[in-house]
Design a protein around this ligand. Structure first.
Ligand SMILES: Nc1nc2c(ncn2[C@@H]2O[C@H](COP(=O)(O)OP(=O)(O)O)[C@@H](O)[C@H]2O)c(=O)[nH]1
Ligand SMILES: [Mg+2]
Length: 358
């Protein structure tokens, strides 16, 4: 299956020094064929022009590929766009891509005028000097945009590690304290081998399961370290990264463990539940009581009284999962998610796209 993360298809990108070295190596290997009886001056001219052209061509190709291999930021799904904003900065990235692209024109002009001069030169040493000066001037332009190349390289590195989710498939996000049984549920309902990804500002792996219902693939995302502790323990950037999930979560399953075997009291779990609801006011939340097999009857009654209507399951034995998934599918109301996305998109400042889009 091709990756759904738009940033994973970007090939490895080169730094400014790598581009210069690569182009240099390619150009010196260039040996131009010339007739045996040609004068030394003419042979030199042909060879040095060929090398200059090759150097220019390679630099230009690398710069162009850097810009063009990046997915168009104007067409990114809000989930990836928001994470790009948090992790790199959309404007910063656009500026870097635009600046890299804008190096190509001046490089072409330098090459053109220098090659014209090489054609006119009537001295061997002058031709070589012109070739060397051309490479020097083009290298300076590339070095001048080194920080932009570094920005793009860093962006590729960071963004390609994000979870590959299909934003147009319904997505169920599992929330709840550690050890309540989220991973057990995701594994139990997933038909295919789950994917493993990383989410910004967490050290734990995110597991993405897939289940097929009526030919529709539903993604089930386990979020260890993301929605499993109070927001007061998070910094602003972590909160923003978490908030980006609102563009993805067609439904949130909030899992609770009324047995408290997970190590968290029911009160603490209710507190987190309230926070998750506040954080995702538009996304439907389905509350699930897990581990009802080991929950004493009086605790279960108390839990039911606190949160009426919660679905009761035993994830480890697969009990109640079909009914839960049916409820999930009913709650998958893409129109409500579309509202969130539309609101976000219309709130964006209308910014210029980078020049390669033009
Ligand atoms: N008794 C019981 N144990 C469960 C149930 N679901 C999960 N567990 C156990 O609870 C522990 C934590 O589950 P896990 O899925 O890793 O929780 P997570 O941290 O929320 O992902 C594991 O030892 C599971 O086997 C259940 O329905 N009943
Ligand atoms: Mg887990």
């Amino acid at each position: 299956m091709p990756s759904l993360n738009p940033f994973t298809d970007i090939p490895v990108l080169m730094t400014s020094e790598e581009i210069i070295e690569y182009a240099h190596n390619r150009s010196v290997r260039k040996s131009a064929k010339s007739p045996v009886r040609m004068s030394k001056l003419e042979k030199t001219r042909i060879r040095e022009i060929a090398r200059t052209q090759e150097f220019t061509k390679q630099v230009r190709a690398k710069l162009k590929a850097t810009v063009e291999s990046f997915p168009s930021l104007d067409r990114l799904h809000p989930f990836y766009l928001e994470l790009t904003e948090i992790l790199i900065g959309v404007d910063k990235l656009k500026q870097a891509l635009g600046a890299i692209f804008n190096c190509i024109g001046p490089i072409d002009r330098i090459a053109d005028s220098q090659i014209a001069a090489m054609k006119r030169a009537d001295e061997l040493g002058e031709i070589k000097k012109l070739r060397s000066a051309t490479k020097g001037r083009i290298s300076s332009i590339v070095r001048g945009t080194a920080n932009n190349l570094d920005t793009v390289i860093e962006a590729r590195k960071v963004l390609s590690g994000l979870p590959g989710v299909n934003p147009s498939s319904p997505t169920v996000v599992c929330a709840g304290f550690p050890n309540v049984g989220k991973s057990t549920l995701v594994k139990a309902v997933s038909t295919a081998e789950p994917e493993i990804a990383y989410y910004p500002f967490t050290t734990r792996e995110v597991i993405i399961g897939h289940m097929t219902v009526d030919n529709q693939v539903i993604q089930v995302v386990d979020t260890p370290g993301i929605l499993d502790r109070p927001m007061s323990q998070r910094n602003q950037i972590e909160r923003q990264a978490i908030a980006a999930l609102k563009y993805l979560a067609s439904v949130i399953i909030f899992m609770m463990d009324p047995s408290e075997a997970c190590g968290w009291t029911f009160d603490e779990q209710i507190h987190l539940h309230d926070e998750v609801r506040r954080m995702f006011p538009v996304n439907p939340v389905i509350v699930v009581f897990n581990k009802v097999d080991i929950t004493p009857q009086d605790r279960l009654e108390a839990a039911r009284a606190r949160i009426p209507g919660a679905r009761e399951i035993v994830a480890s034995q697969g009990i109640g999962l079909q009914e839960l998934m049916r409820e999930v599918i009913e709650a998958v109301d893409l129109s409500s998610l579309q509202e969130v996305i539309d609101a976000y998109l219309s709130a964006l400042p209308k910014s210029e796209s980078h020049s390669s889009d033009a």
